[in-house]
Design a protein around this ligand. Structure first.
Ligand code: DOR
Ligand code: ZN
Length: 345
């Protein structure tokens, strides 16, 4: 008999949809499965005020397929020049659910990010006061710090201080990639959480580099050594409430990834939920998928769980090797690979 798994409709707590014509492909890929998503603001130019968030939200909503209910949870992009009033306005709007800290230069479209995370304390104060979570790209950018150590340094230099100074601030350590990150989240109680991507659960840096460089596994923060992967796996498989689903799905055209200077980001949205199901099943922990995908996130953000469900089927499924959006070719993450789960409809 075919095995099926029905879970409360999940949410994606970290997603890049991009903008313009690409929304016609990226929005359905997520909205057909996930009920809500935290929408990353690293557009060019970035989403730095409420008016931009409202306009971007409308462009997203215009691409939600008919009959599908989907709520984009908008995020402001923090900058050196942002005024606390911007955060107050965003909070009052009811459409903004987070503020993203990109250290300047850390990743794709982060040039307008924060030059020094220790210089925007008035913004953290405003976020704490208005109940808006701080979402962190937790890496330092100093050129003398090794790329594999950048997350650890961010924790030591910045995260500890922010956590201590703003005890009521909700903090999400986005796409956690290290044991140090996992330990920090575990040690800091229910107002500190982490999102976990499929690639950081399923791969380590050997998968990126041994036997040839795999540009489609290149993302930031970069995949780390196996012991870090195992720490992330252990936290998630134990059903720890402070770790929940956030794909960090981040499409780049195939030719921009397969290039001499390839872009960082894995376009995981087309197969995201089956990929997570495959991971949990591989580790004999399918019973933990629902809370990770559909319950811990809403609990952290103070939102209701969805009252409908999605169903997965245990059946070999080959992830499409390619997807065209607006005439541009994308390679879905793990495209061409066969996994053991797929969506029912
Ligand atoms: O790999 C990444 N890609 N990491 C990020 O932080 C940003 C993202 C993107 O926007 O492409
Ligand atoms: Zn991201």
């Amino acid at each position: 008999m075919t095995q099926t798994l029905t879970i409360i409709r999940p949410d994606d707590w970290h997603l890049h949809l991009r903008d313009g014509e690409l929304l016609a492909g990226t929005v359905p890929a997520t909205a057909n499965v996930f009920g809500r998503a935290i929408i990353m603001p690293n557009l060019t130019p970035p989403v730095v005020n409420l008016a931009q968030a409202q306009a971007y939200r409308q462009r997203i909503m215009a691409q939600v397929p008919a009959g599908v209910e989907f709520e984009p949870l908008m995020v402001l992009y923090l900058t050196d020049n942002m005024q606390p009033q911007e955060i107050a306005d965003a909070a009052a709007s009811g459409i903004v659910y987070g503020a993203k800290l990109y250290p300047a230069g850390a990743t794709t479209n982060s040039d307008s990010g924060v030059s020094d995370p220790s210089k925007i304390f008035p913004l953290y104060e405003a976020l704490e006061k208005h109940g808006i979570p701080l979402l962190l790209h937790g890496e330092v950018t100093d050129s003398d710090i090794d790329i594999f150590d950048r997350e650890k340094y961010f924790i030591d230099r910045h995260l500890g201080v922010i956590r201590e100074q703003f005890p009521a601030l909700k903090i999400v350590f986005e796409h956690v990639t290290t044991k140090e990150g996992v330990d920090f989240v575990k040690a800091n109680g229910r107002l500190t959480a982490a999102t976990v991507t499929p690639q950081h659960l399923m791969l380590n840096r050997n998968d990126l580099l041994v036997g040839g460089v795999r540009p489609h596994h290149y993302c930031l923060p970069i995949l780390k050594r196996r012991e870090h992967q195992e720490a992330i796996q252990a936290a998630v498989l134990s059903g720890h409430t402070q770790f929940f689903l956030g794909t960090d799905s981040a499409p780049h055209a195939r030719n921009a990834k397969e290039a001499a200077c390839g872009c960082a980001g894995c376009y995981s949205a087309p197969a995201a939920l089956p990929l997570y199901a495959h991971f949990f099943d591989t580790h004999g922990a399918l019973d933990k998928l629902e809370a990770f995908a559909s319950q811990f996130g809403p609990a952290f953000y103070g939102l209701p769980e969805h009252n409908d469900t999605v169903t997965l089927i245990k059946k070999d499924w080959q992830i499409p090797a390619t997807q065209h959006i607006a005439g541009v070719e994308f390679t879905p993450w793990q495209g061409g690979e066969t996994i053991r789960w797929c969506l029912a409809d």
